[in-house]
Design a binder for this molecule. Structure first.
Ligand code: ATP
Ligand code: MG
Length: 585
């Protein structure tokens, strides 16, 4: 499949018309100097879990930079660890990348290159750059030395080329048990960089692979597979996170020693399978990982939350997976805006979650139509209207965007208002509805509360109010000043709606801290989801799944991707209007 890389116009472009981070500077210089005629990047997830917010940064950089400079970007599934990988993840990864607004040039798999990687292993053996080692995993660890002590050479390091070739071929033929041997690079057991102490290139693992089935009893190690996959695809700028900085010398070693451009037997093996080889030598460039407080982002921990049933799956709207935050109501443009605001550096840091939530608020404030929804309903009866009074009001969809148009909002004698917008005994400074005081019903007129109707236990059942006829839209008193304005939904027309009020998944900003022997599961927020039944105006119930609204005065909500239908609406709270945690924390 071959589509051209593209990035849709977004709020990002408004904010940073020209980005000048160090990676884009390198790309600019490489194009200006003629080092590369065109650039190519790749996004290389391992299909061992769902992508998360951190990956959004890598995706935006890999695809975004390629698009900005007229190059292209491959999606490569780094599937060298079959025991942990699953086609379910492969499907979700593609869905996520497209959702973020990007198309890949080619979809590749590291497993597409198993043949050429194997031949590269043989080539290294023939050059005297690799050997088959019989040390057990424990012994290898022992021989490896420490940060302060050099390692020791494996007793198998000086095997002849013939013996190594024979053993490697028999490894490939499946003659040996798992972990009984490895193919190792012959570099330097005294290197200050542990990654260069004769790292393993291949291991024996009799496991079925999702793409190659049982064809391979040996699998290439990450550094070997990754660097050579980049080289095969003609990746010019291989962007990755900082933890790979120490791997760069090994990355370069693999690329240089295998030297695809001068290995016809290797490149023929590629072209014979319809995989072109493009000769640009890849350069690895590292950038800082994206980390936010209040979240955990490691796939292992997310998997544990799912498997232990603490969340409702990978796409639970409280999860930081792209599938989760998408369902929560995060938009691709909000994520691109966040990535842009965060910028790129060489310094890992823990960012404040307000940057993420702020980008969502700003994006939705600019683009989400306004609607009225009541999440904790209290009945108001306008006693001076006829029992069957009904009218249609016209509301603008967006206060700052005339082009967003208008909608019809039904109004009638009985309304729902928010329970907290009424106080029988108002606290100081209360500006909303109380007995004997005026409040404005958004876009409809001014009401006065005359009477509070209670049940036998003293619970408030409904309010009887009078609507001031002179305060109606278009009337002389329409602009009369009152202290407060509240939202409402016509009781007759409002659609009962399941409203899922999501909040942060953890109660502390650093769930990963492991202080006092606790772990992130000890800090789960028991109130991270509350489900209530509210009422929304018909124009909100009518939403398509995944459509976002600002419910005026309440927050930003999205029609649930899976459960919402206009007949049975389900809305998820994406984010509150303001940061309610800033004062709590
Ligand atoms: P995790 O450690 O969360 O399990 P990973 O690094 O193992 O993630 P990969 O599938 O290997 O996940 O990542 C694919 C790409 O995404 C890599 O290039 C990696 O550097 C990048 N990436 C992963 N996590 C982040 C992050 N938090 N911020 C930025 N880029 C990331
Ligand atoms: Mg990884």
């Amino acid at each position: 499949m071959s589509e051209s890389a593209s990035s849709p116009a977004s709020a990002v472009d408004e904010i940073a018309p020209e980005k000048r981070d160090f990676i884009r500077q390198i790309v600019r210089e490489d194009l200006a100097s003629g080092k590369h005629a065109a650039i190519r990047t790749r996004f290389p997830p391992e299909p061992n879990g769902y992508l998360h917010i951190g990956h959004a940064k890598a995706i935006c950089l890999d695809f975004g930079i390629a698009a900005e400079f007229g190059g292209d970007c491959n999606l490569r599934l780094d599937d060298t660890n079959p025991a942990k990988e699953d086609p379910e993840y492969v499907v979700a990864i593609q869905d996520d990348v497209r959702w973020l607004g990007f198309n890949w040039h080619d979809l590749r798999h590291a497993s597409d290159y198993f043949d050429v990687l194997y031949l590269a292993g043989e080539k290294l053996i023939k050059q005297g750059d690799a050997f088959v080692c019989d040390l057990t995993p424990e012994q290898i660890r022992e021989y490896r030395g420490t940060l302060t002590e050099p390692g020791r050479n494996s007793p198998y390091r000086d095997r002849s080329v013939e013996e190594n070739l024979d053993l490697f071929r028999r490894m490939r033929a499946g003659e040996f048990a798992d972990a009984s041997r490895t193919l190792r690079a012959k570099i330097d057991m005294a290197s200050g960089n542990m990654n260069l102490r004769d790292p393993a290139l291949y291991r024996i693992k009799h496991v079925e692979h999702q793409n190659t089935g049982n064809a391979w009893p040996i699998y290439p190690m990450y550094d070997f597979a990754h660097s050579l996959s980049d080289a095969v695809e003609g990746i010019t700028h291989s962007l990755c996170t900082l933890e790979f900085e120490d791997h760069r010398p090994l990355y370069d070693w693999c690329v240089d020693k295998v030297d695809l451009a001068h290995s016809p037997e290797l490149t023929t093996s590629l072209t014979s399978k319809g995989l072109p080889f493009e000769a640009d030598k890849p350069r690895q460039i590292e950038f800082s990982r994206l980390n936010f407080n209040w979240l955990v982002m490691s796939k292992r921990k997310l998997l544990q939350l799912v498997e232990s049933g603490r969340v409702d799956g990978w796409n639970d709207p409280r999860m930081p997976t792209l599938q989760g935050i998408r369902r929560r109501g995060y938009t691709p443009s909000a994520l691109r805006l966040m990535v842009d605001r965060v910028g790129i550096s060489k310094q890992n840091s823990l960012l404040d979650i307000s940057i993420l939530e702020g980008a969502l608020r700003d994006d939705l404030d600019a683009h989400a139509p306004r609607r009225m929804g009541v999440i904790d309903p209290l009945k108001v009866v306008l006693t001076n209207l006829d029992a069957n009074h009904e009218e249609t009001l016209t509301f603008s969809n967006h206060p700052k965007d005339e082009a967003a148009g208008t909608r019809n909002v039904p109004f009638a004698r009985e309304l729902w208002i928010e329970r907290e917008d009424f106080a029988e005994v108002p606290p100081p400074g209360f500006k909303r509805l109380t007995v004997g005081k005026d409040v404005r019903l958004r876009g409809a007129g001014i009401i006065t509360c005359d009477e509070v109707i209670k049940d036998a236990d003293g619970g408030i059942v409904e309010l009887h109010c009078t609507l001031d006829p002179d305060s109606r839209p278009g009337m002389e008193g329409a602009n009369r000043k009152v202290k407060g304005t509240i939202h409402w939904v016509s009781a007759k027309h409002g659609v009962p709606t399941e409203i899922r009020l999501y909040d942060r998944l953890f109660t502390v900003p650093d769930p990963d801290s492991e202080a006092d022997g606790k772990t992130y599961v000890d800090y789960l927020n028991p109130d991270s989801r509350k489900t209530v039944t509210g009422y929304v105006e018909p124009a909100a119930a009518d939403a398509q799944p995944e459509q976002s609204f600002q419910f005026e005065r309440v927050g930003y909500f999205v029609a649930d991707r899976y459960d919402h239908t206009p007949a049975k609406p389900v809305f998820n709270r994406s984010v509150t209007l303001r940061d309610t945690w800033a004062t709590k924390a």
